[in-house]
Ligand binder design. Sequence first.
Ligand code: MG
Length: 199
Amino acid sequence: MPAVDGWRGARAWVFDLDGTLTVPVHDFDGIRAALDLPVGEPILEAIAALPPDLAEARRAALHRIEHDLAAQATARPGSVVFVRAVRASGVPLAVLTRNDHGLARITLRRIALDDCFEHVIGRNEAPPKPSPEGILRLARGWGVSPADVVMVGDGKYDVEAGRNAGARTVVVGDAPWAAEADLRVDQLDELLPLLGLPT
Ligand SMILES: [Mg+2]
């Protein structure tokens, strides 16, 4: 884990959206079942492996499910105060999600954080996590080393994407893959003292 000063030296922050900035509501096993996708397989990749006409229908069904969830999204405790504090400190922020860009915007509006991110990268704008490509592209655009970027998420793919990019990783919540991250918190605002920001 980087030293405390190391976290103060973070030059950019990339956030997963669903379950990280919002209260987790996505039942991925339930979505797989509703879309008749194989148990345990990543949803986007399983759809992409289908014949084109089937894939198109499943994408549309997925979009409907995700739209309903986005329209009801609520902020995860501690996330809004944290994002606003880091934003106010002048550090660039982005969202990198396996969700659709438009649905991500709906979700951000729902939790009143839609003015905080320089970039919102959805599944059609970059290869989805665990690919590091979204993080690497953001780091290049910001002119910072990936090692000075923090990837924050609640999911396994968030940690993997961060590690694949050479970024620092923070897991929000209590999941088996939290042990793979540099840091684990229950709420994002627990990070404020590490960054020397007011709580
Ligand atoms: Mg998530």
